[in-house]
Design a protein around this ligand. Structure first.
Ligand SMILES: NC(=O)c1ccc[n+]([C@@H]2O[C@H](COP(=O)([O-])OP(=O)(O)OC[C@H]3O[C@@H](n4cnc5c(N)ncnc54)[C@H](O)[C@@H]3O)[C@@H](O)[C@H]2O)c1
Length: 243
């Protein structure tokens, strides 16, 4: 059984609240709940934590990660849409001997999907009659588009398929380029749906992941916190799952 952890929740929205419920059921305790209107006193509570779990907003994540580094609290980050700063954060993490785990998606099922997606892309390398597209659907409050998960899927495809050199949102796509088109749809209450379609004149091949709720993300983030505790360095879910 995993050690019982003192957890600081950074971001107390839909994900923060769900993580709290599941963490308590797993025997962990919550020592701080930090949200947009929190004060320095709340961050002082976070200093007591074994690990912080950050689910906030793209524009808030970088400052929150740096704050956790300053407090020397390992941090699991679920927020997406801030990865332009990843190189800077990785450098800070490694040079300061801190601990960070990021994932565009914490659900085990999606991480399996990432794995299958990479294998499928490799198999398609020598079948140029197939074109490929990615589609993601999320709830209307999601701020970033495409989703971080869709970007990870696109990167997995491009790693195996040399005829795709970059990705582009459908609304910016131009005819006749080698860019991988991602369609991002926003529909009320959808926790997260991702689909990869290979199309030829003869047939289509689709792989699809549909999240039925946010629970898979929350459980995965807590498992990641349990795994990260006691480690130093920069990790992703790949390090935890071992694909
Ligand atoms: N990686 C994954 O598996 C995964 C899964 C679900 C959601 N997400 C991402 O996690 C993030 C949060 O999702 P959510 O559904 O909980 O959103 P939400 O809007 O319900 O909650 C975000 C919370 O962050 C708070 N916040 C804003 N600025 C803050 C700051 N500076 N410091 C602390 N808190 C701050 C807001 O007040 C709000 O309560 C989003 O970026 C979402 O895309 C990732």
């Amino acid at each position: 059984m995993a050690k019982q952890l003192k957890i600081a929740l950074v971001g107390y929205g839909k994900m923060g609240k769900l993580i709290e419920q599941i963490a308590l059921k797993r025997g962990h305790s919550i020592v701080a709940r930090i949200d947009a209107d929190s004060s320095g006193a709340d961050w002082e509570q976070a200093e007591k934590a074994d690990v912080a779990i950050e689910f906030t907003m793209p524009k808030a994540a970088v400052a929150n990660i740096k704050k956790c580094f300053d407090l020397d609290v390992p941090v699991v980050v679920g927020t997406t849409g801030w990865y332009d700063h990843m190189a800077e954060i990785r450098t800070l993490c490694l040079s300061g001997n801190k601990a960070l785990l990021t994932a565009t998606n914490f659900s085990i099922g999606v991480n399996l999907f990432f794995h299958i997606n990479k294998i499928l892309a490799q198999a398609m390398e020598n079948l140029p009659e197939y074109d490929v597209e990615v589609e993601e659907i999320h709830h209307t409050q999601k701020l970033d588009a495409p989703s971080g998960t869709a970007i990870t899927i696109a990167e997995g495809i491009m790693a195996g398929l040399s005829r795709k050199s970059g990705w582009v949102l459908r609304e910016n796509a131009k005819q006749g380029t080698d860019e991988l088109v991602i369609t991002a749809k926003r529909v009320d209450d959808v926790p997260g749906t991702h689909k990869v379609t290979y199309s030829s004149e003869i047939d289509d091949i689709e792989i699809k992941h549909t999240a039925h709720s946010r629970s898979g993300f929350a459980v995965g983030a807590i498992v990641a916190a349990e795994w990260l505790h006691g480690k130093k360095g920069c990790y992703t879910m790949n390090d935890l799952i071992g694909f």
